[in-house]
Design a protein around this ligand. Structure first.
Ligand code: MRU
Length: 362
């Protein structure tokens, strides 16, 4: 089965698999400048927190070649301005800001104008490779947490498309399936952008994993009827106390999971942790255009003139989260302790793995 490649560096441009066209057609946008990358991010041709980080890094690599400067200081200052433009293209996913900061640190460590473009390119490529490796590792760790069989509910798209490659929440389902666990994926359609209906089902069908698509509002009753063994989602930003910002609708699913004693897992690389924020209340929540809500394909679904709110993300309080699966280990509550320990140097083995936690849902 060929791997899904959401982002490909060609040596002088970033080739972006256009996620607005999936699943109907596989077409690509070729970003040759940092502005092209910013446009692709804003238009959601590339989306998903880790993928935004990777794309943001390549945007800086492209800027390192484009910008004219007569000396190193001038180029570093221009890059900082570009960094702001890139990081603010989508504000909730901290991976974007994290990647920009890493690229700017690389730029500041350069000692000559001539070395800077090559160093930035090498850093972006390294960041991309590290993201894929982190996703593969967290997926292996997370696979052990999933039940041997049954239905796993997921929301939005946290697959290869949302990352540098392989995926996070969907990567965990994939790794568990490849380990021989007899799972079915239940996928919420994820209004209004339909990441679940368009993208997650597309990935799961290619992986050969049994998949059922549901409308977002069906999740509650299916959880109540005992059809779901656990819920697993990705994240756009995780605060120091374990509060999780993720696609709008995640909070409702987490509350419903708790009500029905179903474990609720979050899978994300440590680049999604923002330990500078004590709680999720401080996470900026992107509001997108009302047009996304008003339109279905080419047609309108609501009367002209109606007012619309379109928050793209919500924050799930840590108390609803059973565990946070990262490439450095699986963190269990109390997250304010375990997340810090995990970033500082990993967790002891017993904190990383607990026997069949799905059997004792909180
Ligand atoms: O608006 P999107 O599609 O960029 O939102 C993406 C999500 O919320 C994902 O669930 C999250 O980024 C995790 S991706 C591995």
């Amino acid at each position: 089965m060929p791997e899904i490649v959401p982002l490909e560096w060609t040596g002088d441009a970033l080739r972006v698999l256009d996620q607005t066209r999936l699943p109907w057609e596989q077409s690509f946008v070729v970003a040759r400048s940092h502005r092209d990358v910013v446009r692709a991010i804003r238009d959601m041709r590339v989306r998903g927190a880790p993928a935004l980080g990777v794309a943001g890094a390549y945007a800086l690599a492209l800027a390192g070649r484009e910008l004219n400067a007569s000396n190193l200081r001038e180029l570093q200052a221009s890059l900082s301005r570009v960094g702001e433009e890139v990081a603010s293209a989508r504000p909730t996913a901290v991976n974007l800001r994290w990647a920009v900061d890493r690229m700017l640190r690389t730029a500041s460590s350069c000692t000559s104008l001539a070395e800077l473009p090559k160093r930035l390119e090498a850093e972006a490529v390294a960041l991309h490779q590290e993201d894929v490796a982190a996703n593969q590792r967290l997926s292996r760790l997370g696979a052990d947490v999933l039940p041997q069989e049954g239905t796993v509910l997921t929301h939005c798209n946290a697959g290869a498309l949302a990352t540098g490659g392989y995926g996070t929440a969907l990567g965990v389902i994939r790794a568990a399936w490849e380990q021989g666990k007899r799972l079915r994926a239940m996928v919420t359609e994820t209004r209004p952008f339909l990441q679940g209906a368009r993208l997650t089902t597309w990935e799961l069908l290619q992986l050969g994993i049994p998949t059922q698509l549901i409308v977002d509002s069906a999740a509650g009753s299916l959880l109540a009827q005992g059809e779901v063994r656990c819920v697993i989602v990705g994240a756009d930003r995780i605060a120091a106390n374990g509060d999780v910002a993720n696609k709008i609708g995640t909070y409702s699913l987490a509350v419903l999971a708790r009500e029905n004693r179903v474990p609720f897992y979050v899978a994300a690389p440590t680049s999604t942790l923002d330990l500078s924020l004590p709680s999720g209340a401080l996470i900026p929540i992107e509001e997108r255009s009302g047009e996304e809500v008003l339109r279905w394909g080419e047609g309108r679904i609501a009367p002209a003139g109606v007012s619309v709110r379109n928050p793209a993300f919500d924050v799930t309080p840590a108390r609803y989260v059973t565990a946070i699966i990262t490439e450095r280990g699986v963190a269990w509550p109390p997250f304010d302790e375990t997340l810090r320990a995990l970033v500082a140097g990993g967790l002891p083995r017993e904190a990383v793995m607990v026997v069949a936690p799905h059997e004792k849902a909180s």
